[in-house]
Each structure stands twice: as C-alpha cells, then as structure tokens.
Ligand binder design. Structure first.
Ligand code: NAD
Length: 341
C-alpha cells in the first residue's frame, strides 16, 4: 500500500478533505509496464516511487525543455506536469501515443485543455490538494499588508527603526472573488478573525455560504464595500482582466488586494497606477503575469513599497506537496481503471 489511509486522530479538516484510500488492485487488464510515463517537472518522490512500484515504465526529467519534450513526447502514454512545463497545442500534437495528461496541481492553464480533449486525451488533476496551504497564505498576506510586516522588516534590516501604524482585520469586510474550495477555506479563517464576508462567484454554493454567515453579492457591491479583496477564482476564457480600470476605480479607497489565483484576473498596468496614487492601498500576490517577471511595468510593480510578491508558493508546503502526489496518483489510477473496464 502506498497511500496513507485516513486516521482516527486526523483533524476534522483532514477528515473533510481526505480522499478515499486505494485498497483495490488498480488495473487488472492493462499491462502497466507497457504504459510509459514521462514526469516533466519536479514532483514529490512518493509519486515516482508509487508509479514504479505499480510497474509503470517511468522517465523522470524534471528540467526537460520544450525542444527535448517535442522530440520525446511521442514515446509516452502519460505525461505528468506541474506548472513549469507548458503543454501547448504544438507539443500535444506530437504526443502520438498520449492518453492522459496528469497535472500534479490544480490550475490547468499551462495545458491546451481544449485541444487535448479534442484529441481524446484525458486530463487529471490534484484538485483540493492545497486548500489549507493556500488559505493560510492568503491570511498571512492580508496581515502582512495590514501591518506592513515585510516593509518594516526590510527597513529594520537597513537600520531604520521606525514605527508605522497598520490596521486590524477584525471588524473589516473581506470581498472574496471566487468562493470555491480555497475561497471557502480562507473565509472560514477570516470569519474566525472577526471579518464580515462578501463573495462574488458565477456559481453560488449557498450551503457553504450559510455555514460561514457570509453573503453573495454582485461584483460592483463587493468592490464598493470590501476593505480586503481576495482574488481566488479559477481562470476561464473571458475572465481575464475581470478587474480592470473601471473595477479598480469602484474599489473602496485604500483597499488591499490579495491574489493567489492567477494574475491575469487583474489589469496589471492599471493596478500599478492605482497603487501609485494610493487608491489601492496595497497588493500582495503569489502569482504574476509572467513568472518570472519580464515586463518593465511588472518589475516596477514588484518594487513598489506597498506590494508583496511571493514566487508561486501557494502549494509549496510539505503537506500540500505530499497531498498533490497522492491526489494525482489516485485520480490517475482511477482514470486508468475506468479506461480499461
Ligand atoms: P475551485 O474550482 O474550487 O473554485 C474556484 C471558484 O471560482 C469556483 O467557485 C468558480 O465558480 C469560481 N469562478 C470561476 N470563474 C469565475 C469568474 N469569472 N468570476 C467569479 N468566480 C469565478 O478552485 P480552488 O481550488 O479554490 O482554486 C482557486 C484558484 O487558486 C485557482 O485559480 C487555482 O489555480 C489557484 N491556486 C493557486 C495556487 C498557488 O500556488 N498560488 C495553489 C492552488 C490553487
């Protein structure tokens, strides 16, 4: 057995999110050793071990570049990626034997999903694996902006010992854009800290919302009333620049924005203008328009004193990485099982 079962003393949150343990032989009819797997990005060692233990033929190339990938992808039935490897149409097209793309993570915006599905290639992900890690990062970034921790730490290191006044989160309004798994988990912590929750989502999960005592509102109202805006939606076609100049103008004076989902939701140049004037009080983000940053305005934004940037570390915890491996493997095996029935 390779995956840990749910244990009695796991926390309720573990219980809530923990996936079913695999106890059955996964695939009976298909010869797994004939299935070739290419792992393109660095993944938890357990994932590679589990695949090999189940007789898959595995090649681990965590630093493979586009050129190498194009020349070898034709040999594989399964390709595993995190966010570094971009599976574009050109690359997928060369995957003559490709049956499954396993995204060891959540977002699939590094994969041409539409084209893959057209070619009958299945896509599996590790949805739900990093909920707590990202939720905790959201709260940490909000407190950091509110109390200027990163800014003052930098000054203290430079020998400047000067107090600056921050604000509390208690009693303030959090506007959650995207009340999905991470939106809900983040809201739960924020409620415990005394915040009021407003949420904007294209889908209304009333049950979860009732549980935390928040309210779904339209985007305009959310922008008007929120002291802290959390961008936590999944990026789909047409959702880019959901927050442009017009929406930023609607935001409450001095509001703080926290974004751990995708930078593309926000018009970056317009955000920079609003940060310069103080109309937006601060921006803390785990994601960029280009990772690493490329454009001059992006570099200027990162170096603004009211901006905090982390290099896409939302799921970068020991616990989340382990879960990513477990969930990806479970979903992959489930899919192979279904394909061979
Ligand atoms: P989820 O699918 O559970 O929830 C996303 C929510 O966004 C859904 O409720 C959906 O209805 C909503 N949504 C989609 N399009 C929308 C739109 N145009 N306007 C408003 N709402 C919209 O996803 P999740 O697991 O909670 O993940 C949320 C985001 O966090 C994703 O973008 C994911 O890629 C990102 N993420 C980042 C990291 C990181 O390392 N920073 C790690 C994990 C997830």
């Amino acid at each position: 057995m390779f995956l840990r079962p749910f244990r009695r003393n796991d926390s309720p949150r573990d219980h809530y999110y923990y996936i079913k343990f695999i106890t059955q032989p996964i695939v009976s009819e298909r010869k797994l050793k004939d299935m070739k797997v290419l792992i393109c990005d660095p993944v938890d060692a357990q994932m590679k071990r589990t695949l090999i233990d189940h007789q898959f033929s595995v090649d681990y190339m965590p630093e493979i570049d586009d050129k190498q990938l194009k020349s070898t992808i034709g040999n594989y039935n399964i390709v595993v990626v995190r966010s570094r490897t971009k599976l574009t149409r050109d690359i997928i097209h060369l995957g003559k034997n490709l049956e499954i793309i396993a995204r060891a993570g959540i977002g699939t915006d590094n994969i041409d999903v539409k084209y893959a599905l057209e070619k009958n290639i299945e896509i599996v992900t590790a949805a739900g694996s990093s909920i707590s890690s990202v939720a905790e990062l959201n709260v940490a970034l909000a407190i950091d902006l509110a109390r200027k921790i990163t800014l003052l730490n930098g000054k203290a290191r430079e020998g400047v010992w000067k107090k600056e006044t921050g604000i509390e989160l208690w009693g303030k309004t959090a506007g959650i854009i995207g009340f999905g798994r991470i939106g809900y988990a983040t809201s739960k912590i924020l409620v415990a800290m005394g915040m009021k929750i407003l949420a904007y989502d294209i889908y209304h999960n009333e049950q979860s919302m009732n549980e935390i005592g928040g309210q779904f509102v339209n985007l305009d109202r959310l922008l008007n009333e929120s002291d802290f805006l959390f961008v936590l939606a999944t990026l789909s076609d047409g959702a880019e620049k959901l927050i442009s100049d017009e929406q930023l103008n609607m935001a409450k004076e001095g509001t703080f924005i926290i974004n751990t989902s995708r930078a593309e939701f926000i018009d970056g140049k317009s955000l920079l203008d609003h940060l310069k004037t103080g109309a937006i009080g601060g921006y803390a983000s785990d994601v960029l328009w280009n990772e690493p940053p490329k454009e001059e305005w992006e570099k200027e934004l990162i170096n603004s004193k009211n901006v905090i940037i982390t290099p896409h570390i939302g799921a970068q915890t020991v616990e989340a990485q382990k879960r990513v491996a477990e969930y990806t493997i479970e979903n992959l095996f489930k899919r192979i099982g279904e394909m061979t029935l």
